[in-house]
Each structure stands twice: as structure tokens, then as C-alpha cells.
Design a binder for this molecule. Structure first.
Ligand code: 8DG
Length: 136
């Protein structure tokens, strides 16, 4: 089975988080995801994420913190997905490979049709958010 490694960015703004929708003709068209892409052989996940977010959304980000990692078996492909919390440091979002982007309430994340591998990431983001909220 084909195995790939993918880095994804969890970009939050107070109670919201950014998700992007895979365009028609892409694999998993119509599915919402955390933007990012495949990690190349000579790249760290962080370098990959910086590159992908610039390529796909035209933004520069700082990578703040590891969020979580998951592996998911899609049948024909096995994906290792590593997610990091990021902050936009420069630029305004311009989509190029996605057909939509949306800032959604963290609490509403599971209402969107996320890619299957992203459900565990979404749950971790919600958990981290609630923990932060309880500490205030
Ligand atoms: N980017 C991204 N991909 C995800 C997520 N969850 C998930 O299962 N995937 C899957 C979908 C794709 O099969 C794969 C990532 O491929 P991609 O098409 O986004 O990566 P890429 O930009 O490097 O691809 P390419 O067109 O250059 O080949 O991982 C996610 O949250 N973000």
C-alpha cells in the first residue's frame, strides 16, 4: 500500500480556526481539511508546512506548537498526518488549489465534512481549546 506523510496547519484566531475545501477533480473533492501537503523526502514537516501554506494560500506563518499526529488508512493509501498550530505573520489568504476557505468556530468543527483523517485532529483542537478556556 502507498504511504505518504503530510503536514497540516491549524491556524486559529481566538475562537475560530481556518479550514479549506478540496476543489473538484482533487482527491477527496469537497472535503474540508487543514491546509498543508505532502512532505518531500528532504524536508522537515515544519519546512513542508511553511512551503505549502505559501504555495496554497500565499501566507507566511510561524509554526508555534505541535498539535497532534495521526495515521489513517484510506484503503488504497495510508497517511501519516502531523499537525501544528500556526499563526499568520504576513499576507492575506488567497486560495489557489482549494475552492473555498472558511474561518469556523472551533466548537463547530465537527459540523463540517472533514476528511476522515482530520476528525481526530479536530477533536484534539477542540480539547486544547476547552482546556485553555478552563484555565482563564
Ligand atoms: N493537506 C491535507 N491533506 C490531507 C489532510 N487530511 C488528509 O487525509 N489529507 C490527505 C489528502 C491527500 O491525499 C493527502 C495530501 O495531499 P495534497 O494533495 O494535499 O498534497 P500536495 O499539495 O503535496 O499534493 P500534490 O498535488 O503536490 O501531489 O493527504 C489535511 O488535513 N490536509
Amino acid at each position: 500500500m502507498k504511504r505518504i506523510r503530510v503536514a497540516a496547519g491549524v491556524i486559529t484566531d481566538n475562537d475560530k480556526v481556518l479550514i479549506t475545501r478540496r476543489a473538484p477533480k482533487e482527491n477527496f473533492a469537497g472535503g474540508w481539511e487543514f491546509p498543508g501537503g505532502k512532505i518531500e523526502a528532504d524536508e522537515t514537516p515544519e519546512d513542508c508546512l511553511t512551503r505549502e501554506l505559501k504555495e496554497e494560500l500565499n501566507i507566511n506563518v510561524s509554526i508555534d506548537k505541535f498539535c497532534t499526529e495521526v495515521t489513517h488508512d484510506y484503503g488504497n493509501i495510508n497517511i501519516y498526518l502531523i499537525a501544528y498550530y500556526c499563526t499568520i505573520t504576513d499576507g492575506t489568504i488567497q486560495i489557489s488549489v482549494h475552492d473555498k476557505f472558511k474561518w469556523v468556530k472551533i466548537n463547530d468543527l465537527l459540523k463540517f465534512e472533514l476528511l476522515p483523517a482530520d476528525i481526530l485532529i479536530a477533536k484534539k483542537v477542540m480539547e486544547d481549546y476547552h482546556e485553555k478556556f478552563l484555565q482563564i
